[in-house]
Design a protein around this ligand. Structure first.
Ligand SMILES: *Cc1c(COP(=O)(O)O)cnc(C)c1O
Length: 356
C-alpha cells in the first residue's frame, strides 16, 4: 500500500489514472489515441468545452469570469499577470508570504512598481500577514492563497482590499469554498490538485483586461485566448483531458463543499495528532496552518532521519520537507484519503511512543 503525500505533481484519483491510460490507447472507442487527434476536431472540442463548463459550475462563476487553459505553468503567470494588468508607471500590491509569492514579486518588478502590502518574511514565513496596507491606486493586490513550501494558507481572503484581487491558487484550487467571483484573476498550475502537469487554469474577469499601455505579445495576451476559446495555438490536449477527468471525479464526490469537508477532516486529524506529540513540532502559527501542505519538524536530526526511513518502509511517499526548509512536509490534496492520513498519524504516535 502506497500513501502518496507528494507536493506536486501529486496524487490524483485512481479512476483518473485508469481512464487517462485508456484514452491513450483508445479514446472514446474511436480506435485512436487521445495523443493523435487534432485539437480542433469534434473529438477534442467537447473535452475542452466540458472542462470549461465544469470549472464554471464547480466554482459557480458568473458570466464576467472567463476560464482559460494555458501552457507554461503557474510560473508563466508570474509574468503574464503583470504584463496584462500593470502599466509601467503604475503600482501593484503584493503580499510576501513565502517562496512562491517572492517569485511572483520578482517578475512583477519587470513590468511596473511593486508595493509590499504585507510580509511575513521576518518570521521566516511561518504566518500570514495580520494586516494589509494596499494603496487605493494599486492596479491589483496579489496573494498566494496557499504557500506550498512554507505550509501556510489564507483562511480569511482580503476580498475588501479595494482594488482588483489576483490569486495564485496553485496548491489549494478547488479544495475549499471561496467566493471565486470576487477574485478578478485566479491562476493555478494543474499538477497539485486538479490534474497533470502541463496546463494552467486561469479564471479572469474580462472587465479588467485591455487597460495597460504596452504592446503584449499575441500568445501572452489573455484577450486573445478568450477570443479563441483556449485554442489560440495547440492546447495541452492530454493534460486538459486529465483535468476533465479530475473535475468529473470532483463533481461526483459532491463538488467543492463535499471535498472541503473531507479536507477539513484530514487536516484536523493530522494537526490534532501533531499537537499531542511533543516529539514533533509545528512551526506555523496555528491559525494560518495550511490544510493542503503541513510542515513539521523534530529537534533531533538523527531522529528525523530515522522517522523518514520508517515512513519509506511503510510506503509513505513525499514526507521529506522541501529542500529549502528541511524537516517534513505532507501534502493532503483532494485525492488523498483520510486513511492515508490515519496511517501516517498512527506511525507518528508509534514513533513518539518509542522515542518519547
Ligand atoms: C507549484 C507552485 C507554483 C509553480 O508552478 P509551476 O506549474 O511549476 O510553474 C507556483 N505557485 C504555487 C503556489 C505553487 O505551489
Amino acid at each position: 500500500m502506497i500513501h502518496n503525500f507528494n507536493a506536486g505533481p501529486s496524487i490524483l484519483p485512481k479512476e483518473v489514472f485508469e481512464k487517462a491510460s485508456q484514452a491513450v490507447l483508445n479514446f472514446n472507442d474511436t480506435g485512436l489515441s487521445i495523443l493523435e487527434i487534432g485539437h480542433r476536431t469534434t473529438l477534442f472540442q467537447p473535452v475542452l468545452d466540458e472542462a470549461r463548463a465544469l470549472v464554471k459550475e464547480l466554482m459557480q462563476l458568473d458570466n464576467d469570469h472567463e476560464v482559460l487553459f494555458l501552457h507554461g505553468g503557474a510560473t508563466t503567470q508570474f509574468m503574464q499577470v503583470p504584463m496584462n494588468l500593470l502599466s509601467e508607471n503604475e503600482l501593484a500590491s503584493y503580499t510576501e508570504t513565502g517562496t512562491w509569492a517572492a517569485k511572483a514579486i520578482k517578475e512583477a518588478k519587470l513590468f511596473g512598481h511593486v508595493e509590499i502590502a504585507g510580509s511575513t518574511k521576518e518570521n521566516n514565513y511561518t504566518s500570514i500577514p495580520e494586516e494589509l496596507s494596499v494603496s487605493p491606486t494599486s492596479a491589483y493586490l496579489h496573494i498566494t492563497t496557499n504557500e506550498t513550501i512554507a505550509g501556510t494558507q489564507w483562511h480569511a481572503i482580503p476580498y475588501d482590499c479595494g482594488v482588483p484581487l489576483v490569486a495564485d491558487m496553485s496548491s489549494d484550487i478547488l479544495s475549499r469554498q471561496l467566493d471565486f467571483n470576487r477574485f478578478d484573476l485566479i491562476y493555478a498550475g494543474a499538477q497539485k490538485n486538479m490534474g497533470a502537469a502541463g496546463v494552467n487554469l486561469v479564471v479572469v474577469n474580462k472587465n479588467i483586461l485591455g487597460k495597460v499601455n504596452r504592446a503584449i505579445p499575441t500568445i501572452l495576451d489573455y484577450r486573445n485566448h478568450i477570443a479563441e476559446g483556449s485554442m489560440l495555438n495547440t492546447p495541452p490536449v492530454f493534460a486538459i483531458y486529465v483535468v476533465l477527468l479530475t473535475l468529473r471525479w470532483l463533481k461526483a464526490q459532491g463538488g467543492v463543499p463535499a471535498i472541503e469537508l473531507r479536507n477539513n477532516a484530514k487536516a484536523s486529524l493530522f494537526y490534532e495528532t501533531l499537537d499531542t506529540l511533543p516529539l514533533f513540532k509545528g512551526p506555523i502559527a496555528k491559525e494560518d496552518r495550511s490544510k493542503m501542505n503541513a510542515v513539521f519538524i523534530m529537534d533531533n536530526a538523527e531522529l528525523e532521519k530515522e522517522f523518514l526511513e520508517l515512513c519509506k518502509k511503510e510506503g509513505m511517499i513525499g514526507v521529506k520537507g522541501h529542500r529549502s526548509v528541511g524537516g517534513f512536509r505532507i501534502s493532503m490534496y483532494n485525492a488523498l484519503t483520510i486513511d492515508s492520513v490515519k496511517a501516517l498519524t498512527d506511525l507518528m504516535k508509534h514513533f513518539a511512543q518509542q522515542h518519547g
